[in-house]
Unconditional design. Structure first.
Lengths: 109, 251
């Protein structure tokens, strides 16, 4: 796919799972993003923090925000959380506008 | 006395000149628009001498701007009308169409006018069906912002176009089109689709809290709205120049 999306796990230990998301998140790639999030959810242990590096996300749609928020809520249910520790300008703008600036925190991991 | 609309094309050194004569009525307007669009796509720059045209159906004056925008508009396609005393000027003037398609009185001024950007530029394109449509629309926004020197508005325009097109794809099943325009008021992103069912929902004053798409459109634009048509609706958003919006919803 030319304008694809990639989600890769770049670091993993008992307390933290670090993922790198890059590409464009829109109607064409949202299904693949949700599948990748489901995969990460299967992998992490309860209470584990997921740190997402989203510096390489060139575009984020409203549907992408819904997917990210849904992912964060599921992690929270298991006692963990989601922190976006590097946001591209596109991610920063759209998360702020949608009221989720709090997801972008400095990682303590 | 009625005269069937007729046209001929003259190749000159400086420009392609199309000479149109006769009555411009509803039926002939459709044909002329098709021919104009094709010539603009082929040649890029076109002078149309309408001195011998009688504007029998005033709405037909819109065809010039429509043909120009469907051929890509400035700077890819350029159109100037030459009217040495016909009735087209009055029709263009009354409807405000001269902001997009300049009308001059002679061919020499016409050639000069082809080199200047009109006060209002517009570009229209049909969109593909399906999940690739929003990405295609963003690409159109990027090239238009670049062509029109409004890269500062690019991120907002791209994001707004993405949400409007996504709504069109998700909520309607038929055709859709993107229309971008720029003038002194700013950059307008408009998406037409064949659906009419959600016009009422869209025109209610309050954007629902869970509708991130419309919240994005509202926050990133200076004004937005919905215009219903017989064949669907247009949702549009205006991005005014150098406007500063620092509100952070929910923060």
């Amino acid at each position: 796919m030319l304008t694809g999306l990639s989600v890769e796990i770049v670091e993993r230990d008992a307390l933290l799972c670090r993922v790198r998301i890059s590409g464009e998140i829109d109607l064409a790639t949202i299904g693949s993003l949700k599948r990748e999030f489901a995969h990460v959810l299967d992998l992490v242990s309860p209470g584990e923090r997921v740190v997402a590096d989203a510096a390489g996300v060139r575009f984020l749609s409203a549907g992408g925000v819904r997917a990210i928020v849904g992912f964060a809520e599921k992690l929270k249910t298991g006692g963990g959380d989601l922190v976006i520790d590097a946001a591209s300008p596109a991610v920063d703008q759209v998360l702020r506008v949608c009221g989720y600036a709090t997801l972008m925190g400095v990682s303590k991991g | 006395m009625r005269h069937e609309l007729a046209w001929s094309v003259e190749e000159t050194d400086a420009a392609v000149v199309m000479v149109v004569c006769g009555d411009l009525v509803r039926r002939s307007a459709t044909n002329l628009a098709k021919v104009l669009r094709k010539l603009l796509l082929d040649r890029g720059r076109l002078l149309v001498d309408v001195s011998g045209v009688h504007l029998g159906w005033p709405p037909a004056a819109a065809l010039f701007g429509t043909a120009l925008s469907s051929a890509g508009g400035w700077p890819l396609a350029r159109l100037v009308l030459v009217d040495g005393g016909g009735s087209v000027t009055a029709g263009m003037c009354a409807a405000g169409f001269m902001a997009e398609v300049p009308v001059v009185t002679d061919r020499i001024s016409g050639r000069v006018a082809l080199g200047s950007r009109p006060r209002r530029v517009r570009r229209a394109s049909g969109l593909p069906l399906g999940p690739r449509s929003p990405g295609f629309a963003r690409e159109l926004v990027r090239s238009a912002c670049k062509d029109w020197g409004v890269e500062n508005e690019l991120r907002r325009a791209e994001t707004i176009a993405n949400e409007l097109v996504t709504n069109a794809v998700v909520h309607t099943s038929g055709r859709s089109a993107l229309v971008l325009s720029h003038d002194h008021r700013g950059l307008t992103v408009a998406v037409w689709d064949a659906g009419t069912s959600d016009v009422v929902a869209l025109t209610t004053a309050v954007v629902p809290a869970d509708s991130f798409g419309l919240r994005i459109v509202e926050e990133l634009s200076d004004r937005w709205g919905v215009t219903p048509h017989d064949d669907g609706k247009t949702v549009w958003a205006l991005i005014a120049p150098r406007s500063v919006k620092t509100r952070e919803a929910g923060c």
